[in-house]
Ligand binder design. Sequence first.
Ligand code: ARG
Ligand code: MN
Ligand code: MN
Length: 297
Amino acid sequence: MKVKVLGVPSDFGANRRGVDMGPSAIRYAGLIDKLKELKIKVEDISDINIPITRSDISKCQKLKCLDEIVVSCEALSNTVSEVVSDGYFPIVLGGDHSIAIGSVAGVSRVKESIGLIWIDAHGDFNTQKTSNSGNIHGMPLSAIVGKGVDELVNCGGFSPKVKEENTVLVGVRDLDEGEKRLLKESKLTIFTMDDIDRKGMYQIMKEAIRISSKDVEGVHLSFDIDVLDPLEAPGVGTPVKGGISYREAHLALEMLSENEILTSLDLVEVNPILDQYNKTAELAVELILSALGKRIL
Ligand SMILES: NC(=[NH2+])NCCC[C@H](N)C(=O)O
Ligand SMILES: [Mn+2]
Ligand SMILES: [Mn+2]
């Protein structure tokens, strides 16, 4: 496997500043060297260039920093498309979760069709109509399946990027009212924390793998570190208690690598400003390694 790592220093989609430093914190925690120790061919192609700064006076309170996000997602999707066309597995480091629109667009443009596993405390399925916050990191998943404003939905020049039938949400425990309704009306498969409590992560991931990988060329993993319990991952902007454990997170990612379905991933929402001694970024590195094949024995 050949891997390219790239960062997206964006906090445009989030309310609390600081996730733009996520890529640095994850690199500082040793991602590149540890991937090399796994005997993976890896190249760090640095951060994408975002030729726009955050304007603190938002033009639209319902879609904060929309222009900034459109510019960064278009740039990201172009880079990811190149990386995938050249035969590399892209590891995209966020950044707030709005960047996933760009990474999924980039992969999906090149591949025939892809599935998507979205592991997150949140649904990120709001649109401008259902969002209470106006923060776009609460909206990327809906945009990816074709719902919401044109600027986001049409990122990369096509829509939808993934079929709802191949999209699986895992670990959710905090949804807005309108967002719940949209999710219920959709064809997404949703595994909440309650499902994980009852069936166990092993069973849930078996299902998630089957559904996401049915009749597609590859599966993209979008991993929001806030799915973990805040005791494990304190460096996040939107913590929600009752999250998955350290072991459940590793199990999920080990299963993904075992089944060899992943062709790209992003790891988002690490906020070094809110972290404790880079603990959350270190966890992010460990989890990426599990997804790329690291095993205990
Ligand atoms: N990627 C995230 N951390 N998303 C949090 C979203 C929180 C909330 N549902 C919102 O739309 O504002
Ligand atoms: Mn989240
Ligand atoms: Mn998220």
